[in-house]
Design a protein around this ligand. Structure first.
Ligand code: FMN
Length: 155
């Protein structure tokens, strides 16, 4: 449906985004990859919010557990994350900084309680303003359902 090979890349602290990512129907040659932080985020909501707030404020790039991920064969990258403070968690920008996305198309999707994906999409576009990365308008879900997957396939 995307025409080319797809890599589904996601970060999820509590599993909501993960459930969607894992339900995405991969075709032969597609790949799924979880972004895992070196320093795990606290399970306590308030502590996680405090950690995220500090990261946003300092604009840091939290360290990702090193893996042998090679995205060179993938032209289409579905990138999933929870909304944290109205945008993508900083670790998503760590991933985007470490992996060359030029000439690729990014399909952002997120889960959130309420917030839309627009700010995250805008921030990812801003991050790549000097590179040739096609960032599609993102999609936002509350949680997994069959409809979620239909919407992702209809990106
Ligand atoms: C640090 C933090 C900040 C959050 N900020 C927002 C927010 O600004 N707007 C919103 O609707 N939900 C917010 N949420 C809720 C998450 O986006 C939501 O629970 C998401 O589905 C969690 O995904 P996960 O289970 O994959 O980690 C926040 C959650 C955390 C932990």
């Amino acid at each position: 449906m995307f025409g080319k090979k797809v890599a589904v890349v996601y970060f999820s602290r509590l599993g909501t985004t993960k459930e969607i990512a894992q339900a995405f129907p991969l075709e032969e040659g597609d790949k799924i990859y979880e972004i895992k932080p070196v320093q795990e985020y606290p399970s306590s909501l308030f502590k996680a919010m405090a950690a995220s707030k500090v990261e946003n404020k300092t604009g840091e790039f939290p360290e990702i557990i090193k893996d042998d991920i090679d995205l060179s064969k993938y032209d289409n990258i579905l990138i999933g994350f929870p909304i944290w403070y109205a945008t993508a968690p900083r670790i998503i920008f760590s991933f985007l900084r470490e992996n060359d996305m030029s000439e690729k198309t990014l399909f952002p999707f997120c889960t959130s309680h309420l917030a839309g994906v627009e700010q995250a999409t805008a921030d990812i576009r801003e991050f790549y303003k000097k590179q040739n990365v096609n960032v599609k308008d993102g999609k936002r879900f509350k949680k997994y359902s069959e409809q979620t997957i239909k919407e992702l396939l209809d990106f």
